[in-house]
Design a protein around this ligand. Structure first.
Ligand code: DX5
Ligand code: ZN
Length: 233
């Protein structure tokens, strides 16, 4: 398949959830050569049954990295924290449609100068995000139920990824379609062929002996899936 200038950019976003929290800046520096974005998983112990990091960790990491911080807010009340994450150095934030008030949250992200994303859990239908397609920069289709790294890729989400991409193309919209959960060198191929272009990978990057090479292999597999050839960037 030939690519053209309007094709979405393939990006790999290593998720620090699977990195060593005791030496996060080293982990980020190590993977940086093959990371297009850095995926930062924020959990509040309420929207998901796990607790992770807050704005202070983002702020500390910001001093060590120039990467785009793709901040995934798995929290019940994002309105309360968006400004703090922006001030800490987040470049983009993604809120879940399941928490509601989506249009107001998108407007808030925009007014803060953040790149705006909306996320869907695996069992949340396409229709839940359809009204916002023209308002956002990114749609995240979760390929696991959020909360933990290392879960298995849910390929039953692929038809929804295809619906999202087709709807964006039909509307002439250039919006990133991100997948998150169970992405590795093999599943990334399925997700790329379904229309995703941003690939979050935690355990398949930081759980490997050579994270930077693992991230490069995932990107190469995604590029190969949509171009018919296997190549790096
Ligand atoms: C899960 C998080 C993911 C997680 C993915 O709730 O949103 O970003 O880090 O981890 P893997 O790639 O191991 O499934
Ligand atoms: Zn995530």
């Amino acid at each position: 398949m030939a690519t053209n200038s309007t094709d979405p950019v393939i990006r790999v976003a290593p998720s620090i959830l699977s990195a060593d929290f005791g030496s996060l800046s080293d982990a980020v520096s190590e993977v940086a050569p093959n990371a297009d974005w850095l995926h930062v998983d924020v959990m509040d112990g309420h929207f998901v049954p796990n607790l992770t990091i807050g704005p202070s960790v983002v702020s500390s990491l910001r001093k060590h990295s120039d990467l785009f911080f793709d901040t995934h807010l798995m929290i019940t009340d994002p309105a309360k924290y968006l400004e703090a994450f922006r001030d800490a150095g987040a470049d983009g934030c993604t809120v879940h449609v399941e928490v509601g008030e989506t249009e107001q949250l998108i407007a808030q992200m925009r007014s803060l100068g953040l790149r705006a994303g909306v996320a869907l859990n695996p069992d949340t239908p396409f229709e839940a995000v359809e009204p916002y397609l023209g308002l956002v920069d990114l749609v995240l289709c979760m390929t696991v139920f959020p909360g933990f790294g290392g879960q298995s890729f849910m390929r039953e989400v692929m038809p929804k990824v295809r619906l999202v991409r087709d709807a964006l193309v039909a509307r002439g919209l250039t919006v990133d379609v991100e997948v998150d959960g169970g992405i590795d060198e093999s599943t990334v191929v399925e997700a790329a062929r379904a229309g995703a272009n941003v690939f979050v990978a935690g355990s398949a990057v930081f759980g490997q002996d050579h994270p930077v090479e693992a991230a490069g292999s995932i990107r190469a597999a995604a590029v190969g899936a949509v171009s018919g050839t296997v190549s790096g960037r």
